[in-house]
Design a binder for this molecule. Structure first.
Ligand code: HEC
Length: 213
């Protein structure tokens, strides 16, 4: 009885030893140490590939708080970061992404009357609210990144470059409904003042006409 028990135990020990052996073979295979000289990529080269130009450690990239958080020295800023130039493509991209991710609740014109809201989701503040008209660009990036109240964050779905594009587009929506003529370049303003065909003068609405929003 005792002998049979020992025999079984020996078997188990042998098995374990054999498995360890396998592990050791893999463990002790030939390999290069990090940054060691090696012939794999050519004689006299490093065995590791050199980094692509401009590579920065992930954590260091996140230190660019302007780009990643819309903040400089802890304060939300009303300026685009250097890597996001203001171009027509940026606005177009923002328009496109806003349509996908934001209109369901905020509506096409930013008044907070999207389809989801019409079906009972809490209504967000209109982008035309004075507080949001004055909010810096970084604020919109911050709301998209971290969420706000009952609105969840979009960091996992909208990459940071698109969050900037959307923020710029939100500003465009705001301007489209609140711009003053002095924001126009002089020649465009002049053109806008020209009476259109069939109209007496651009600034003189017809008798009885009401100005609607
Ligand atoms: C599922 C609905 C929904 C979607 C989609 C949505 N939001 Fe919101 N958003 C809300 C609600 C609701 C609030 C108000 C939350 C509250 O006050 O608790 C809000 C608030 C905001 C605010 C205002 C914060 C303030 O200070 O009042 C901004 C800016 C904003 N959202 C931007 C966006 C942008 C940009 C997108 C697209 C990336 C987006 N939201 C997508 C529902 C949504």
């Amino acid at each position: 009885m005792m002998r049979r028990l020992f025999a079984k135990t020996d078997g188990a020990v042998l098995c374990a030893a054999a498995l360890c052996g396998c592990h050791l073979d893999m463990w002790q295979q030939r390999r290069y140490e990090p940054l060691e000289k090696g012939a794999f990529f050519g004689a006299g080269e490093s065995a590791s590939r050199t980094l692509v130009e401009g590579t920065v450690p992930y954590q260091m990239a996140k230190l660019d708080t302007h780009y990643y958080q819309g903040r400089v020295n802890g304060e939300l800023v009303d300026a685009l970061p250097a890597q996001v130039p203001l171009t027509a493509e940026l606005v177009q991209r923002g328009h496109d992404r806003f349509g996908v991710y934001c209109t369901p609740c905020h509506g096409l014109t930013g008044h907070g009357d999207g389809m989801v809201v019409q079906r009972g989701f809490p209504q967000p503040t209109s982008y035309m609210d004075q507080r949001l008209l004055e909010a810096p660009l970084g604020y919109f990036v911050d709301v998209m990144s971290n969420g706000f109240g009952r609105m969840y964050g979009y960091a996992s779905r909208v990459p940071i470059e698109d969050r900037w594009a959307i923020a710029v587009y939100v500003r465009t929506i705001q301007l489209s409904q609140n711009a003053t003529p002095d924001l126009l370049p002089a020649d465009v303003l002049e053109q806008a003042r020209q009476p259109r065909p069939g109209q007496e003068a651009a600034d003189a609405p017809a008798e009885g006409a009401t100005h609607e929003q």
